[in-house]
Design a protein around this ligand. Structure first.
Ligand code: COA
Ligand code: AMP
Length: 629
């Protein structure tokens, strides 16, 4: 039996022993009484009774163990022409000081802090400073609009918000502070204090006494030490799109998270202490939380924080330049980024111009790695290109090619095999195991391994209802697919209304809510359709109220603006068609699945539940034609 199969079997047969051993790589202030607490299913807790501090594990301990002068963080920002390296000692000091500043503003263990920052070192410092105090951070991605930020503020109810004067998107400066001010006005929760990082590119007006400049806050602060927290205490809340307009606040604990991420770094990515890891994502997404910040630092690696794009900052060679300059061993990016590079540099000539000898592996996630992109990247880089599948909820890979444990043969289009700890099953809609090779709901038999979500923020009921009810005893991933005869998993796409646009997870339901509020719109549907660059893009279909005679182009522009203003530019809804009707079941449910299938060019039979087949037939030609503005 290979190393992977043996580890997998051990992890499923005896999770307590498996994760108990892995927990030895984490520094505990009080060792746990129990590895797996399964006393109250469907809720499971890891390392109960244990106390630790995640920030101490990510920073102080490495300084104490001799890594003080090693680079912890390399901030590489082509948009500001900056490269700056922070040693473990420096990052520890900065974090301790900012933790002291937060404490002076009243932040204590268990309090929430919302972080709305671009990709600057202060984002990492702020996250770790919260962890240091036992406070719970909730990072909101910069591409979201004020309203989305307000929704998150109302749900998390933070004492403090940490933000910056601006972000830099390619050549464009995006003012953050007006968005924050607007969000604070929209939110009903009252935030006591805001810390604002003034960037040289744009000065923000501060609202005194609520707002305080980052430098001012830090100047008067005394450094704070790590506060011991329970293993099961929340480390962070990260909001992610569900099927409705209300985002889900995924809660991550401290102990299970530290153990799982530490384990994943060496076993999944094959990267160990002292080596350089770069996740080209954003701290606002789960990839950024897990693999820009926590996992590399928990492991004593050097992590790269890249404020730039795959193309245009300045060209399609940017990824290869960064990888070469910082001797990156493993690069983690989204397939959409590689497709963007491929479009600009089809022969990969720019990759050939850099010394990539340190680079061992390119990891891909965020969306399915399509075989064409896989082949192109493999050819250009001449090294393993590894797809792996996971989601905000799990926080780390559910299926991967475990490069550190045992590299397995790649099958293009498959993220390879279930990762140790995840008992992945395929179930038919009626809950019975799907026949071998047949598509079904991809589920994970409970308990989920450590590091996965413990609940939704202050909403156990929604947690159970969203993930644990459809197939009792199993976690519903929301993705469909199958396992093949070799035990490889094939993830075929979401079974709900969540879409993935350029590696960004979005809810079509939220877009529908915005569109439906337009006075001319009677009803609408938004679906995700395949796109050669972004993987998927949203497409909207609206039916006008009777008697309304709106100009389709003007209406489209208004709806695009509304979605952009209320959800954010990242929603990227640009294609909207005015149609005569939407196909529905007899009970009135819009047949989005059938619409999606037709739009993606599949042969879709008329669903038996349809109320009026003629509506679908009228829509077919519209669905088949991309209506790019
Ligand atoms: N703050 C403010 N605005 C942001 C933003 C941020 N952090 N991130 C994105 N936006 C804006 C963009 O500027 C763009 O605005 P525009 O419509 O005015 O041009 C819009 O949101 C859509 O952005 P995006 O989807 O990123 O499209 P793009 O055309 O700018 O770039 C790619 C396309 C493929 C280069 C880019 O999407 C990319 O790098 N994707 C990788 C994503 C990724 O790493 N995801 C993490 C999962 S691992
Ligand atoms: P997020 O929570 O933003 O990480 O998005 C998670 C969703 O993205 C998953 O449920 C999948 O639908 C999709 N996804 C992420 N990685 C992959 C992958 N490697 N293959 C297929 N789908 C993926």
């Amino acid at each position: 039996m290979g190393a992977y199969a043996a580890a997998y079997e051990r992890s499923i047969a005896d999770p307590t022993r498996f994760w108990g051993l892995a927990a030895r790589d984490v520094r505990w202030l009080v060792p746990p009484d129990r590895v797996l607490d399964d006393g109250a299913p469907p809720f499971y807790r890891w390392f109960t009774g244990g106390e630790l501090n995640t920030c101490e594990n990510a920073l102080d301990r490495h300084v104490e163990e001799g890594r003080g002068d090693q680079a912890a963080l390399i901030y590489d920002s082509p948009v500001t022409e900056t490269v700056r390296t922070y040693s473990y000692r420096e990052l520890t000091d900065l974090t301790a000081r900012f933790a002291g500043a937060l404490r002076a503003l009243g932040v204590e263990r268990g309090d929430r802090v919302v972080i709305y920052l671009p990709m600057i070192p202060e984002a990492v410092v702020a996250m770790l400073a919260c962890a240091r105090l036992g406070a719970v951070h909730s990072v909101v991605f910069g591409g979201f609009a004020a309203k989305e930020l307000a929704v998150r503020i109302d749900d998390a109810r933070p004492k403090v918000v940490v933000s910056a004067s601006c972000g830099i998107e390619g050549a464009r400066i995006v003012p953050y502070k007006p968005l924050l001010d607007q969000a604070l006005e929209l939110a009903s929760h009252k935030v006591e204090r805001c810390v604002v990082r003034q960037r040289p590119q744009l000065h923000a007006d501060l609202v005194r006494p609520r707002d305080i400049d980052w430098d001012e806050a830090v100047a008067g602060a005394s450094p704070a030490g790590p506060v011991p927290v329970a293993s099961t205490d929340p480390l962070y809340i990260l909001y992610t799109s569900g099927t409705t307009g209300r985002p889900k606040g995924v809660v991550r604990d401290n102990g299970g998270h530290a153990v799982a991420l530490r384990w994943s770094m060496e076993n999944v990515y094959g990267v160990g202490p002292g080596e350089v890891f770069w996740a080209a994502s954003d701290v606002g997404w789960v990839v950024g939380h897990s693999y820009i910040v926590y996992a590399p630092l928990l492991t004593g690696c050097t992590t790269v924080l890249y404020e730039g794009k795959p193309i245009g900052t300045p060209d399609a060679g940017a990824f290869w330049r960064v990888a070469a300059q910082h001797r990156v061993k493993a690069l983690f990016a989204a397939p959409t980024a590689i497709r963007a590079i491929k479009k600009e540099d089809p022969e990969g000539a720019l990759a050939a111009a850099y010394d990539l000898s340190a680079l061992e592996t390119l990891f891909m996630a965020g969306e399915r790695l399509d075989p064409e992109t896989y082949r192109w990247a493999s050819r250009v880089l001449e090294r393993p290109v590894i797809d792996h599948w996971w989601q905000t909820e799990t926080g780390w890979a559910i299926a991967a090619n475990p490069r550190g444990l045992e590299p397995l043969p790649v099958k293009p289009g498959s993220p390879t095999v279930p990762v140790p700890g995840y008992d992945v099953r395929i179930l038919s809609p009626d809950g019975t195991p799907a026949p071998a090779g047949a598509d079904g709901d991809i589920v994970v038999r409970l308990p989920l391994p450590p590091g996965t979500l413990s609940t939704l923020w202050q909403d156990d009921e929604r947690f159970v209802e969203s993930y644990l009810t459809r197939h009792p005893g199993h976690y519903l991933t929301g993705d469909g697919g199958h396992l093949d005869e070799d035990g490889y998993l094939w993830v075929m796409g979401r079974t709900d209304d969540v879409i993935n646009v350029a590696g960004h997870r979005l809810s079509t339901g939220t877009m529908e809510e915005v569109i439906a509020a337009h006075p001319a719109v009677a009803e609408c549907a938004v679906i995700g359709v395949q796109d050669p660059l972004k993987g998927q893009v949203p497409r909207g279909f609206v039916v006008l109220k009777s008697g309304v005679d709106a100009d389709p182009e003007t209406l489209r522009a208004e709806l695009v603006r509304m979605v952009r203003e209320q959800i954010g530019p990242v929603a990227a809804l640009k294609e909207i068609s005015v149609v005569a009707g939407l196909p529905k079941t007899r009970s009135g449910k819009i047949l989005r699945g059938a619409m999606r299938g037709i739009a993606d060019g599949r042969e879709v039979p008329v669903p038996s539940t349809i109320e009026d087949p003629a509506v679908l037939e009228d829509l077919r030609p519209i669905l088949r034609t991309r209506d790019e503005p």
